[in-house]
Design a protein around this ligand. Sequence first.
Ligand SMILES: CC(C)(COP(=O)(O)OP(=O)(O)OC[C@H]1O[C@@H](n2cnc3c(N)ncnc32)[C@H](O)[C@@H]1OP(=O)(O)O)[C@@H](O)C(=O)NCCC(=O)NCCS
Length: 138
Amino acid sequence: MIAYDSDLVGLDVSSLQGFFVGWPTPPSAAQHLAALRGSHQAVLARDSVTGRVVGFVNLISDGVLTAFVPWLEVLPDYQGQGIGTELMRRILAHAKAAGFYSVDLACDPELRPYYERLGLRPLQGMGMRYYGALRSEG
Ligand SMILES: CC(C)(COP(=O)(O)OP(=O)(O)OC[C@H]1O[C@@H](n2cnc3c(N)ncnc32)[C@H](O)[C@@H]1OP(=O)(O)O)[C@@H](O)C(=O)NCCC(=O)NCCS
């Protein structure tokens, strides 16, 4: 069974293993934890049996009108069970309850139908990446 919560108290780097699958230089678990703690809101999905964090989503915001979802990931062994959908549903509900005007995110074209099912609509976008900012463990 999967349990969802937004309580980051007691969360440590050892609970955040296995994410950023396929990244040549993934962020360190310490960066991951700091990003969650620095967010306006984050939602974690945990395996109730093992306590392991198996998915997460976070929301950054100006706190008044706009918000952005930079990260959504479910560990490969747990994908296809509706966990990502539930994480998104909860973070969107939080944004709506907070009274925000917009929630934006960037995604590859193949994921558009996934987000459209959650009510999002396509936008045009631009971005900058500083890959040197990513710190692997070690
Ligand atoms: C995208 C992701 C979060 C979905 O999580 P999940 O828990 O497996 O999703 P759900 O079980 O709620 O939904 C599964 C549906 O999403 C679709 N889906 C998942 N990943 C997809 C992808 N990369 N491209 C297209 N569709 C995808 C599945 O085909 C499935 O569709 P179906 O319901 O019609 O069978 C997960 O695949 C993941 O972590 N991917 C790697 C990180 C990533 O791409 N994050 C999104 C960044 S924008």
